[in-house]
Design a binder for this molecule. Structure first.
Ligand code: C2E
Ligand code: MG
Ligand code: MG
Ligand code: MG
Length: 288
């Protein structure tokens, strides 16, 4: 809130801050409670090879069903979990739940596709992050190649040594790494070179107006060219129309994710998807 000549903006600002602080703390309390009483669950959004239309993996997305307030979106509560530190226990829960799901799918005979998990900066700079993840994989007897970690540019932007070391460790564990919401942060090309990345995810902001906004087209083309020259895969998120999909495919985008194919769904819907004729046979390799 900028200062103004009237002199009462300070008071206004204080009230505003108090209200926000109150909201923040009450959400923090609700989040703690939610963790204890298992109000969270994961949904999965399938990802597809853009040319063959074949399903190649899923992204895990957290959902919070509050007993009184109903659905609360991750865009609302993840930032609170991050700044309160609750993202660590919550993040551990997310990783365990995702691993348990893969294990279950393996037992059901589904092909061995990877699960992409969103990881926030706070988790990535945790000294115990890799060890915890390794323990969880070990517990479920899963190789690292079943996991893909999605981080945003801001998670690596400060080039903090610990984030870098953790990413290297993840890479050595066979875990895939993608940059989420690519183009919305401020990562530099030097980061791309330095980090052991596998995939760039084009943010849905750029996909949305792709057919009408030349700036978005320029960003998408540049991202795909960049991915090519660094030997990375590129996936577009938020693809809602066939026109967008066709355009992205013609530009050389590798993979797609979005409402055109499927919204994030409960695990049993993923099982049904694999059992539709097109996906009935397991792909021999999950191209990444
Ligand atoms: P994100 O990782 O970039 O996830 C993509 C978001 O776009 C998801 O929203 C997804 O439901 C939505 N989406 C996918 N396809 C379409 C489409 O075609 N159209 C539109 N309009 N939306 C689409 P969601 O699930 O609400 O998640 C929002 C953000 O919250 C995520 O962005 C991610 O940053 C964060 N988040 C979600 N789950 C987790 C989690 O388990 N851990 C962490 N740390 N963050 C999470
Ligand atoms: Mg993501
Ligand atoms: Mg994204
Ligand atoms: Mg996003």
């Amino acid at each position: 809130q900028a200062k103004n000549q009237e002199g009462n903006s300070y008071q206004y600002c204080t009230q505003d801050l108090t209200a926000n602080a109150f909201k923040f703390f009450s959400m923090e309390i609700s989040l703690k409670q939610a963790l204890k009483s298992s109000q969270f669950h994961l949904v999965y959004q399938p990802q597809f090879d853009i040319s063959s239309g074949r399903m190649i993996g899923v992204e895990a997305l957290i959902r919070w069903q509050h007993p009184e307030q109903g659905y609360i979106g991750p865009d609302v509560f993840i930032p609170v979990a991050e700044s309160s530190g609750l993202i660590k226990p919550l993040g551990d829960w997310i990783i365990s739940a995702a691993c348990q799901q893969i294990k279950y799918w393996d037992e059901q005979g589904l092909p061995a596709f990877p699960i992409a998990i969103n990881v926030s900066r706070r988790q990535l700079v945790d000294h115990r992050f890799c060890e915890n993840l390794r323990d969880t994989l070990h517990f479920y007897a899963l190789p690292g190649s079943r996991i893909e970690i999605e981080i945003t540019e801001s998670a690596i932007i400060d080039n903090e040594e610990i984030a870098y070391q953790n990413l290297r460790k993840l890479h050595e564990m066979g875990i895939y790494l993608s940059i989420d919401d690519f183009g919305t942060g401020h990562s530099s090309l030097i980061n791309l070179k330095r980090f052991p990345l596998d995939k760039l995810k084009i943010d849905r902001d750029f996909v949305r107006d792709l057919m009408i906004d030349q700036n978005d087209v320029a960003i998408i083309k540049a991202t795909i060219a960049l991915a090519r020259s660094f030997n990375l895969k590129v996936i577009a998120e938020g693809v809602e129309t066939q026109e967008q999909r066709d355009y992205l495919r013609d530009q050389g985008c590798d993979q797609v994710q979005g409402y055109l194919y499927s919204k994030p769904v409960m695990p049993d819907v993923i099982e049904q998807l694999w059992n539709t004729p097109q996906h009935g046979t397991a792909p021999s390799s999950c191209s990444h």
